[in-house]
Design a protein around this ligand. Structure first.
Ligand code: AHR
Length: 500
């Protein structure tokens, strides 16, 4: 099978916002406790944070992390997580039917974020609480001093404000499962009033309003229209979420799902344009795709377990073990975000550690990289710069979700600082390799080519505690450059990064 691609220096989508490679950490399962925080662990630092996990997070190079939820945030009292640890209350977490010890709160998370080179992206509770708790939290986090909440932060050991720029106005407020779920009109009103109050404190904050939890919600896309009509002047981003499933074990259908993601982004882009025109607005609202990942390996099992248990503290929950097929899916999802980076400015893989995550830990034991760690790392490290609008000519197949799904899923990014062009390519075809020819135009003469390949003969291959490097990238040979043309052969069902 052959594919022809043209990359031209003048055909660009956008300058990518590095926050496209963001992540997410919720007080859920073992994400926080025995994930990032385990004071008794042999690698624990002075704050009780696992240094082995910090190292893996740093290598992933994710610039922002959304915290503390997720569904958890909709019944969370942020004040429970401040002050002396021994005085912090244990609360029942209604979202996941667990107990929350509050041993990690904003101070601990902020210290951890600093040690991982991550900028915090915080969510406020607009489910069980509202404007007042939100504005107090922002004052605690961002005000230098001389007020009740900022002085309390100082008393609790942090002199300087953290100056967090990105704030999520609640989480998945369209979902009936959400504590304090609201109609679009109710939520739009509350989000707008909360945004106004936060802007009265600091009009440079970047505010994110909740869009739909996924594009199959009955209220989608009217939810976006109603909520944006109420909040358009006050917000910078609308948040979208999507999780990918392959219960049928049908690789062709599964790998076609990013077409649905692309449609979702396009539709919400259209709703944004409509509301902008309707309101005669001058400002732009963009998309924060702040929850995305594969989530199905343990999902049904977990749904049953949550109903059966009492209120355990930090039980194993949502611990999907990813396979090689998921590498291809994560590659296609990230490629979709790169191709749509004019609209999608922020995106967060959900989540980061133990809970539907690229990084797994054993309590008291090792940490390791799941299969999906690698396509995320390659894109996060090398997919920064200008997203290119590629012209692609290749055979396609018809799937249930969309007709004309190209066998080659490819995105290109030009880093003008280093002059490097990186192409991220997934061969969706499981039975044939693909000869890819890329015409490189207007970038100046390329001198060398490198091909990094992730391939395994078994789609179900996983990385586990005892076999942590079963699926990982390797250098591949054979890519050639000649007369402005790059040719490379990629195996059936494979992920590649080709750099020139
Ligand atoms: O990431 C897991 C959960 O998925 C989050 O808590 C929620 O926002 C979404 O439904």
């Amino acid at each position: 099978m052959k594919a022809h691609v043209t990359a031209h220096a003048r055909y660009v989508v956008a300058e990518i916002d590095n926050r496209l490679y963001g992540s997410f950490l919720e007080h859920l399962g073992r994400a926080v406790y025995t994930g990032i925080y385990e004071p008794d662990h042999p690698t624990a630092d002075q704050n009780g944070m696992r240094r082995d996990v910090i190292d893996l997070v740093r290598e992933l190079d994710t610039p922002i992390c959304r915290y503390p939820g997720g569904n958890f945030v909709s019944a969370y009292n942020w004040e429970d997580g401040i002050g002396p640890k021994e005085e912090r209350p244990t609360r029942l977490d209604l979202a996941w039917h667990t107990s929350e010890s509050n041993q990690v709160g904003i101070h601990e998370f902020a210290d951890w974020a600093k040690s991982t080179n991550i900028e915090m992206m915080l969510a406020v509770n607009l489910g069980s609480r509202g404007l007042d708790a939100a504005r107090n939290f922002v004052e605690y986090v961002n005000h230098p001093g001389g007020s009740y909440w900022s002085d309390l932060r100082k008393k609790n050991g942090r002199a300087d404000p953290w100056d967090v720029r990105l704030w999520c106005l609640g989480n998945e407020m369209d979902g009936p499962w959400q504590v304090g779920h609201k109609s679009a009109a109710e939520y739009g009103h509350l989000a707008n009033e909360t945004a106004k109050a936060l802007r009265a404190f600091d009009d440079k904050l970047e505010l994110i309003v909740c869009g739909s939890s996924h594009s199959d919600m009955a209220t989608y896309p009217q939810w976006e229209a109603t909520v944006l009509d109420s909040t358009y002047d006050q917000v910078d981003y609308i948040s979208l979420h999507m999780y990918f499933e392959n219960y049928e074990k049908n690789a062709a259908e599964y790998l076609a799902l990013p077409k649905k993601l692309d449609r979702y982004i396009g539709t919400v882009g259209g709703v944004i344009d409509y509301i902008k025109a309707k309101r005669r607005a001058k400002n732009d609202v963009k998309i924060s795709f702040d929850e995305w990942n594969v989530w199905y390996h343990q999902r049904k099992n977990d749904a049953k377990r949550v109903k059966e248990w009492g209120w355990p503290h930090a039980p194993a929950l949502l611990e999907d073990i990813y396979n090689f097929e998921d590498v291809l899916q994560v590659g296609c999802i990230l490629n979709t975000f790169i191709r749509r980076s004019d609209l999608v400015r922020i995106a967060c893989i959900a989540q980061l550690v133990n809970v539907i995550a690229p990084i797994m830990t054993v309590p008291g034991g090792p940490a390791w990289r799941q299969t999906i760690y690698y396509p995320f790392q390659l894109a996060s490290r090398h997919g920064r710069g200008t997203a290119l609008h590629l012209d692609i000519d290749c055979p396609a197949y018809d799937a249930d979700i969309a007709a004309g799904v190209e066998y080659l899923d490819i995105a290109g990014v030009h880093d003008s600082d280093t002059g490097t062009l990186n192409f991220f390519a997934v061969n969706r075809n499981g039975s044939e390799p693909m000869e890819i020819e890329i015409s490189i135009e207007g970038f100046g003469a390329a001198k060398s080519v490198a091909h990094t390949l992730i391939k395994h003969d078994d789609l179900e291959a996983t990385n586990t505690e005892n076999n942590p490097e079963n699926v990982k990238p390797a250098k591949a040979k054979g890519a050639k450059l000649s007369g402005g043309k790059l040719s490379v052969s990629v195996p059936a069902h494979s992920y590649s990064m080709i750099s020139v």
